[in-house]
Design a protein around this ligand. Structure first.
Ligand code: 5GP
Length: 208
């Protein structure tokens, strides 16, 4: 039985190349959960294999700015020359339905979410070593050397922000990392602050 009705807002960050996307996909392949992925909006060019509305909503810089002006983002940030943002209405809609909403976003945006939604759950994914991360970034082969270097520099800055997150998960193995995140979500649901009022309702007692 679930004692809290509004879903959890789960924010996953980690340096570029750590495998956040792969861990997130592994998480969504598990059964018996109520997770919804929040598809972000970006001004970045579509990569080969990406699908509009599934990986991102790809928009022009003008369209992105218009949405900022209209207050339509929960958070937004620039990352290596492109803009990324989380559409606010979709997140709220899913949380109100009781779904857990997962954001996979960079650190600046995550800190904005923490301010606006203090009871969100912040998870930082780290690689088993920095070398493993650099190798992954280079192997990906979807970016130019200049972009790879910019992403490595950005990753080095992002490591320093890990201390502001609620949990750190090492991506030594994708399934293990997804298991740990699932365990975090379950434990967060059982937190007293999230479920106490519903529990009192259930037993017909009032909070003293
Ligand atoms: P990529 O270009 O590799 O798809 O994403 C670059 C970075 O932007 C990644 O760290 C990714 O998690 C982050 N990102 C994706 N969507 C959003 C978003 O909506 N907001 C913010 N702040 N970052 C995002």
């Amino acid at each position: 039985m679930k004692l809290n009705e509004r879903g959890l807002l789960i924010v996953i960050s980690g340096p570029s190349g750590v495998g956040k996307g792969t861990v997130r996909k592994a998480l969504f392949e598990r059964e018996n959960h109520n997770l919804k992925y929040s598809v972000s909006m970006t001004t970045r060019k579509m990569r080969e294999g990406e699908v509009e509305g599934k990986d991102y909503y790809f928009v022009s810089k003008e369209e992105f700015q218009k949405r900022i002006d209209e207050g339509k983002f929960l958070e937004h940030a620039e990352f290596v020359g492109n803009c990324y943002g989380t559409p606010l209405d979709k997140v709220n809609e899913q949380l109100d339905k009781g779904s857990e909403v997962v954001l996979e976003i960079e650190v600046e945006g995550a800190m904005q979410v923490k301010k606006k939604v203090p009871d969100c759950v912040l998870i930082f994914i780290v690689p088993p070593s920095k070398e493993a991360l650099y190798e992954r970034l280079k192997k990906r082969g979807t970016e130019t050397e200049e972009v790879i270097q910019a992403r490595i520099a950005k990753a080095n800055r992002e490591f320093k922000v890990a201390k502001y997150y609620d949990y750190i998960v090492v991506n030594d193995d994708v399934d293990n990392a997804a298991d740990r995140i699932m365990a975090i979500i379950r434990a967060e649901h059982a937190r007293t602050c999230r479920s106490i009022s519903k529990y009192y309702d259930l037993i017909g007692e009032s909070e003293e």
